[in-house]
Design a protein around this ligand. Structure first.
Ligand SMILES: Nc1nc2c(c(=O)[nH]1)N[C@@H](CN(C=O)c1ccc(C(=O)N[C@@H](CCC(=O)O)C(=O)O)cc1)CN2
Length: 284
């Protein structure tokens, strides 16, 4: 039997409706949630993602601006822009779109963001809070995935979860969030031996390795829930996930598509965290 498709787009739209009401209520109290996105250079994919963030913020009534900066901006100049927005009362959230050009140290930039305005959850203070089980702002992709699992009543406690990928923005926080819900979690990566065999033990399999169609049916236990974080392009330029959707959907119990799976939830969680940060200025 074919898997249930986890419709990230529909869930993101549903959560956004509730957020829109929260934004309206905050405005009545005199606070408009504000988000600034710093976009450096002309990475094509980043342009699309940032436009989508801008559009979604506008739909919800969030005051959002995108500051587009040249690819050759110096690290010092970018740090100055971050410092400027750290002080700016109008913006409750600051996001620096990644990846940054090679000459800029991403860690240094993330460290410069006021952790209270870090709507991406990437600041080491927020990462540390997550690691000790006292989360504050969360990385938006893993946060969105947890919301999807919750909305589709996926049991997590006591289940085997395998995360493929160990990035700071997806793999590691994903593993920690699953662990906090009492899953038994294995993180795997490009150097893992017998990866397919390990993946096949998973009740919940999260693919975030950044290689198109890497996960075939040989990686999947029948009945597993499969979450695809991948955003790759095939030889014809078509957007594809890390999972070979057509064959895996025949054995999984649930699966996220690409597009309209994890991506839209990432953006909605960003909006949710911007609204949360704005609320805190009312009740610090
Ligand atoms: N500062 C950040 N940078 C990056 C993040 C992040 O969370 N914070 N994540 C990714 C990119 N990303 C968000 O910025 C992102 C990627 C994809 C989508 C999305 O909605 N994808 C659509 C398809 C879009 C398309 O047609 O290309 C989908 O899956 O339906 C949203 C956000 C790296 N950088």
């Amino acid at each position: 039997m074919s898997a249930t498709i986890i419709d990230g787009k529909a869930l993101a739209d549903q959560l956004s409706m509730a957020l829109k009401k929260e934004v309206a209520a905050l405005k009545e109290k005199g606070t408009t949630p504000g988000l600034v996105v710093l976009l450096v250079g002309d990475n094509q994919a980043s342009q699309v993602y940032v436009r989508n963030k801008e559009k979604r913020a506008q739909e919800l009534g969030i005051h959002s601006i995108v500051e587009r900066l040249p690819a050759d901006i110096s690290e010092t100049e970018l740090l100055e822009r971050v410092a400027f927005y750290n002080q700016h009362q109008e913006y409750h959230g600051i996001l620096v779109q990644l990846p940054l050009p090679k000459h800029i140290n991403e860690e240094k930039i993330i460290l410069a963001i006021d952790p209270k305005k870090d709507v991406d959850g990437f600041h080491p203070i927020n990462m540390g809070k997550l690691l000790i089980g006292k989360p504050d702002a969360l990385p938006c992709t893993p946060y969105g995935i947890m919301k999807m699992l919750e909305a589709y009543d996926v049991e997590i406690a006591g289940k085997q979860a395998v995360v493929i990928g160990r990035s700071n923005i997806v793999g590691k926080p994903m593993a920690q969030l699953l662990l906090m819900k009492d899953a038994t979690v294995t993180i795997t990566h490009s150097k893992t031996q017998n990866l397919a065999e390990l993946a096949k033990t998973a009740d919940i399999l999260v693919a975030a390795i950044g290689q198109g169609h890497f996960v075939t049916k040989d990686f999947v236990k029948p009945g597993a829930v499969v979450i695809d974080v991948g955003m790759n392009h095939d030889e014809n330029g078509k957007l594809i996930g890390d999972v070979k959707f057509d064959e895996v959907k025949e054995i999984a119990s649930m699966i996220t598509p690409v597009p309209r799976g994890v991506g839209p939830m990432t953006i909605t969680m960003l909006m949710a965290q911007t609204v949360d940060h704005a609320k805190r200025t009312l009740n610090p």
